[in-house]
Design a protein around this ligand. Structure first.
Ligand code: CDP
Ligand code: MG
Length: 649
């Protein structure tokens, strides 16, 4: 925002008496019954509305009552990295210690824990990794799986694994925390007569009533309708902040811009709208802005994905605007393409979204669809395991020694065709052998590396192509994201700067070029700014690099050898070892066709856009409207491909 419209915000003051605040949370009344249940039953299923204190308080109650006395710790998993980190920060404040002391967090590429740590917040993916080295999770006395209603692939895997562990470790306690009341079937999954005892505890919500309003007729454009509704609320309803649920970052950024432009002309007698985005792609600081408190003459409007549905509690929301949709990643096992598809939410999501308006006051929820659409919604959304790529799941199950994947006690088994596709891909990546067992060393190393299996394969192949150091940088930069900063105001200048980094081989070596220059310049922020490079992405890439290097040292894969320019084709060939399926051939109309026959278009942001290269390899895909766009593009020679495919026969 420009200075003349700068809005004064202030951070919510941490009460000098946090201990007093803690006692006001709804969960506090349940402290004793909860502790009794956890003592007595191996599995406790906890339902309580968002903000009642499940995530921040329960691990502290366990800590206070000696569950960490015998050297074991309390673990709590989160589906989102940023939530794991911000909750650990909050709990550390409540415990009056620094993060990483009594309470810490472990997320991908970032660990902040120490020997003193007794409460560990982590992503569910981090806990899965621990199972590989500590199969019975002996480090833990209690494990809380938070937000189980989200039913991500990782949560489903953990449910099955914990069930196996509980049968072998009667001393272990598991807590399944959910914002959705629908936990009976989860209870039935865990309960085993005479073996696993379970207990359901529901925290009575003291939510304020929320009026739900519907559109009379369906809207053709819910984004415009969302903006219109926000303006209406601002002009006709009393004070209170607004939370708008949209489906993706593009819509959210668009709305933020439009409201920013509109607020300049806000009539004097109306509050000035302060639009704020909330989605996982933002940095922690950007996300935390939604908690800022503004003076009365302002009104916050938060445009969010379903991240604000249950994981993040924002006080002061009185109005919710719900578009009724969300984006799902749907994997196609035939084309191996994952598409992001907009789908109607479930009734349970809609109710959860509505509840966000009634936390601190009676509220209003504006559903941007008619009542009959609500009536037709499914009760619950499908678990991710029914429509996701199973490659990481199968790799993991192989790593814990399952020969037959279906031996695993899935809460809901994934579709067979997805399992077959994953087995096939793992076989061609060299991770499993003819007997479907993990190969040594490739398979085992792939399981350990905190990377996508295809990137792992490229990295693990690098020694044979004499390009380990370059591949370490490539993998880091591919994981980190777009290195170019593209401001709309300075478009030409930025493009001219970017041109100096662009290599004719394509995006991947361009990214490598930028990262190497960044590292050579000692991560100079100013240099990034003058060259229109994304400092955050590059710093993140450098962190990832630091994190992966020890694995290579442990696997004794050399990273010493420096490359000369002449070796660039070797690097691309090496990446192809992992991405041999991500190959496409130019069509007459300028689009491409993948080897499985799916039409794709080169993303406008790619440096290879409009270059008409006959054969290309890509590392990422995004879906926009009905087209699939590819990015991370490198020029390849078709003869490399022949050589590659022939060799596999
Ligand atoms: O997990 P659940 O949704 O039940 O609640 P929680 O995350 O434990 O939050 C309990 C209370 O702590 C809420 O009223 C939040 O406003 C507050 N909180 C906070 O101020 N800052 C955080 N980072 C997390 C929670
Ligand atoms: Mg929570």
């Amino acid at each position: 925002m420009e200075d003349e419209f700068a809005i004064q915000s202030f951070k919510p003051a941490l009460s000098t008496n946090l201990a007093f605040q803690k006692k006001l949370l709804p969960i506090f009344k349940y402290r004793e019954p909860l502790l009794y249940a956890i003592e007595t039953f191996q599995v406790t299923l906890l339902h309580g509305h968002t903000g009642c204190g499940k995530t921040t308080q329960l691990p502290q109650y366990l800590y206070e009552t000696g569950w960490t006395k015998e050297g074991k710790i309390i673990g709590c998993t989160q589906p989102r990295r940023l939530v794991a980190r911000s909750v650990a920060t909050r709990v550390s404040e409540e415990l009056n210690t620094e993060v990483g002391k009594a309470c810490g967090y472990k997320i991908q590429f970032e660990h902040n824990v120490s020997d003193e740590t007794k409460i560990e917040y982590m992503t569910d993916g981090s806990l899965l990794k621990e199972i590989l080295t500590d199969p019975l999770l002996q480090r833990f006395s209690v494990i809380m799986i938070d937000e189980v209603h989200e039913r991500t692939v990782n949560i489903d895997l953990l449910l099955g694994i914990l069930k196996r562990i509980l049968l072998k470790r009667p001393d272990l306690r598991v807590i399944l925390a959910s914002a959705s009341a629908n936990i009976q079937s989860l209870n039935d999954f865990f309960y085993e007569r005479g073996k696993i005892d379970t207990k359901i505890i529901s925290i009575e919500g003291k939510l304020f009533p929320v009026d739900v309003m519907y559109l009379e007729n369906p809207t053709e454009n819910y984004v415009n309708m969302a903006i219109e509704t926000v303006l209406n609320i601002n002009s006709s309803y009393p004070s209170g902040d607004i939370l708008v649920f949209l489906t993706d970052r593009r819509e959210i950024d668009d709305c933020v811009k439009r409201i920013e432009a509109l607020s300049i002309t806000t009539p004097e007698d109306l509050p000035m709208l302060v639009p704020l985005p909330l989605y996982s792609g933002l940095t922690l600081d950007e996300q935390l802005r939604v908690f800022d408190i503004y003076e009365k003459r302002f009104r916050k409007v938060i445009f969010s994905t379903n991240i604000a549905e249950a994981s993040v509690t924002i006080d002061g929301i009185v109005y919710v605007v719900d578009c009724g949709l969300c984006k799902l990643r749907i994997f196609n096992p035939y084309s191996r393409i994952t598409k992001l598809i907009r789908v109607p939410i479930s009734k349970s999501n809609a109710v959860q979204r509505t509840g966000r308006a009634g936390r601190t006051n009676p509220g209003k929820c504006f559903r941007l669809f008619p009542k009959n659409v609500y009536d037709s919604l499914k009760d619950e959304s499908d678990a991710e395991i029914s429509h996701a790529d199973m490659l990481p799941v199968v790799l993991f199950l192989k790593a814990i020694g399952l020969r037959n994947i279906y031996q695993f006690p899935f809460y809901i088994p994934p579709p067979t065709i997805h399992i077959i596709a994953a087995l096939e891909d793992l076989y061609f990546l060299g991770a499993i052998d003819d007997h479907s067992s993990l190969t040594d060393p490739i398979g085992f190393q792939m399981v350990e590396l905190p990377l996508d299996a295809r990137l792992s394969k490229a990295l693990l192949s690098s020694a044979s192509y004499d390009c380990t150091n370059a591949m370490l940088n490539i993998v880091s930069v591919v994981m980190a994201g777009d290195v170019f900063y593209r401001p709309s105001s300075n478009h030409h200048e930025a493009t001219a700067c970017h041109a100096t980094f662009i290599t004719e081989e394509g995006d991947i070596l361009t990214g490598l070029n930028v990262l190497e220059s960044f590292l050579n310049r000692k991560k100079d922020m100013k240099w990034c700014k003058t060259n229109f490079l994304n400092y955050n992405t590059l710093s993140h890439a450098s962190e990832i690099r630091k994190h992966i290097l020890p694995y290579l040292q442990r696997f004794r894969i050399s990273s010493e050898k420096r490359l000369t320019d002449a070796d660039s084709s070797k690097m691309i060939e090496c990446i192809l070892q992992g991405f041999f399926r991500n190959v496409a051939h130019l069509q007459d109309d300028g689009s491409y066709k993948t080897i499985s026959g799916s039409p794709v278009w080169v993303d406008q942001k790619s440096t290879m856009n409009n270059k008409s290269i006959p054969w290309i390899m890509f590392t990422s895909m995004v879906q926009y409207e009905d087209r699939t766009f590819i990015n991370g593009i490198s020029k390849i020679e078709s003869k490399w491909l022949e050589h590659f495919y022939n060799r596999r026969k």
